[in-house]
Design a protein around this ligand. Structure first.
Ligand SMILES: Nc1ncnc2c1ncn2[C@@H]1O[C@H](COP(=O)(O)OP(=O)(O)O)[C@@H](O)[C@H]1O
Ligand SMILES: [Mg+2]
Length: 246
């Protein structure tokens, strides 16, 4: 796929596969085009050329809520919770938010049914439990630490049973204890069958949890392989680590 911003080729002929059920990393120096790649996959931006095929369906040109309908969800590099709502409320509105404005009226009509509301609450409670946020349910999302907000981002996408989750820099700014919790949950969800593609700078983490690594630099695909292969690839060391061995 290709995406240019004016004369800048942010994503320049990048082509890769993500194995269903895998936990795959997307790495590369700042400005490599990783977030833009996520934007293209998730429908926040449209490719100038190329296609994205997910589960046998072309996602090209689909808006993000339709991509989400196919079971593909994403989190943002900078968490975007509704700061003035509680953690629980952020989860309760997650399905509506992801469905897109178009569907909101229907969803509200739907959610007025008491049974559905109860099911939604139950799901939110179990997702909060899973994401180690159960005791934070009544706090305003804006009161959470950066790390807890990353967990909330994950929790929000889990409200709607995605098949695949794109995680943009889940570890950035997260303290080691919370990071362990976050990665533990990611691995658990992966074991349950959810495919993950994660943008990550923490190489130790990538080496520890990922089965496959894709490397981008300057808008292009530079290399891909197992963590071991990537660690030993001199091109990756040059581009990503500035020649400093890991
Ligand atoms: N909306 C945009 N408009 C113009 N340039 C952008 C936009 N988004 C990203 N870029 C540029 O595209 C390049 C790739 O950015 P990005 O995908 O965010 O890289 P990464 O996530 O790998 O750090 C950068 O040079 C960035 O400045
Ligand atoms: Mg980025």
């Amino acid at each position: 796929m290709h995406k240019a911003y004016g004369s800048l080729r942010a994503v320049d002929g990048v082509d890769f596969d993500v194995q269903a059920g895998s936990l795959t990393a997307l790495i590369g120096p700042n400005g490599a085009g990783k977030t833009t790649t996520f934007d293209l996959i998730a429908g926040a931006q449209t490719c100038d050329r190329g296609d994205i095929v997910f589960d046998g369906h072309s996602l090209r040109g689909l808006p993000s809520f339709k991509v989400f309908h196919h079971g593909l969800a994403r989190t943002f590099q900078v968490p975007r919770p509704f700061a003035q709502m509680t953690v629980l409320e952020n989860l309760l509105i997650a399905p509506i938010n992801q469905l897109g404005e178009h569907f909101q009226a229907n969803w509200w009509a739907f959610s007025r049914v008491r049974e559905q509301e109860r099911a939604l609450h139950e799901r939110a409670r179990s997702v909060l439990e899973l994401c180690a946020l159960a005791d934070k349910a009544a706090l305003l999302a804006g009161q959470l630490s950066g790390g807890q907000q990353k967990l909330l981002e994950l929790a929000r996408v889990l409200m709607v049973d995605p098949k695949m989750i794109l995680l943009d820099e889940p570890a950035a700014g997260v303290n080691p204890t919370l990071l362990d919790t976050l990665m533990d949950r990611v691995q658990l969800l992966n074991a349950r069958g959810i495919t993950f593609l994660l943008i990550e700078h923490n190489m130790d983490l990538v080496m520890r949890v990922c089965s496959h690594v894709i490397v981008m630099a300057q808008g292009r695909l530079l290399a891909q392989g197992t963590p071991e292969q990537i660690q030993e690839d001199p091109r990756v060391l040059d581009a990503y680590l500035g020649g400093v061995p890991v």
